[in-house]
Every structure is written in C-alpha cells, then in structure tokens.
Design a protein around this ligand. Structure first.
Ligand SMILES: [Zn+2]
Length: 167
C-alpha cells in the first residue's frame, strides 16, 4: 500500500532505543518453534520489567474526556495499513511493535515468564510490561472526540500500548 504522509506538525520523537523487546520476543518465538522451550523462557526472562519514563505524546485535545465516548472499533482493515506504513514502529517512542496474536500465544506458552491476560485491555497489573511496550495499536493524532477523523489514515499513527496508556 502506498501510505499517505503523516502531517508535518507531527515531529517524530527520536527516542534512543535501549531495549529491543521486539527482537527478544522474536528470538523467543524462534526457539519455541524449534522446540527449545527452556531457552525460549530464558529469552523471555531477559525482558525488562521496568517501563521507561516516556515523554508525553502529541496531545491535541487537552481536557477532553474519553471515558464516556463510544469509540469505533479499530478493525484489522484499519490497523494493518497504518502499521505497515509506519514500519511496525511506535511513532512516539520508536519501539518495534509485535503482532498481537504472537504476544497472546507467548502469554499462553510461557505464562510465568511472560504474563499476558486474554483480551486487548493489557491491565498494568498482570501484564508483562514488555507486552505493553510492543503491543500494536493506532493512536488518533487529533482526537475523535475533538473532531478528528476516526478512520482517516492521515489522523492515525502506529503506537505502542504503553505510549497510548500514558498519553
Ligand atoms: Zn511507544
């Protein structure tokens, strides 16, 4: 897909990536495929439990409450092209994002090393922080409740669940 450009006012935050959660997760998956369960668990054990302090994300709707707003579902048809355009990296912190289903499977196969409760809510308690750092979501640059489009690609960016939670 030929993606549209993200608005120029969205200057990307160039965070130095010191943790490569996505690469660790990829190695763990590879080891599981190769039936090397213990080695896979060791890889998952190397994931940091400490979430870094991230700068606030771009906010265009300070003071708006999202609690009572019914948000349209972000379907795979909307999410997939955005992730592809943004090269599966969070546009706010630069981290690699990982296919949600892979994270869910790791949570089942290695629940001790990589706790991941079912569903997409990713509660802070009970979810490995690395899952929130790599879980792929889209963020609305201009909030839908403030008039931004829910579905226009120009208003959507790939974002990790951690960044969205802190926004
Ligand atoms: Zn992020």
């Amino acid at each position: 897909m030929r993606g549209k450009r993200v608005p120029a006012h969205l200057s990307l935050f160039k965070a130095p990536i010191t943790e490569e959660d996505g690469l660790i997760l990829a190695r763990a998956v590879r080891l599981l495929i190769d039936d090397k369960d213990a080695a896979a668990r060791a890889e998952l054990g190397a994931l940091s439990f400490i979430d870094p302090v991230l700068p606030p994300q771009f906010v265009s709707s300070v003071g708006m409450s999202l609690s009572d707003v019914k948000r349209p579902n972000v379907t795979p048809a909307i999410l997939a092209p955005i992730l592809q355009r943004d090269h599966w990296c969070c546009r706010y912190c630069g981290r690699r994002l990982v296919v949600a289903g892979v994270l869910e499977l790791l949570g089942v196969l290695a629940s001790a090393e990589f706790p991941f409760p079912p569903g997409h809510h990713l509660p802070a308690a009970g979810t490995h922080p690395a899952a929130r750092r790599t879980y792929p979501e889209v963020d609305h640059v201009h909030a839908g409740v403030a008039g931004g489009s829910w579905t226009d690609a120009n208003n959507l960016v790939a974002a990790c669940a951690l960044q969205r939670a802190q926004g």
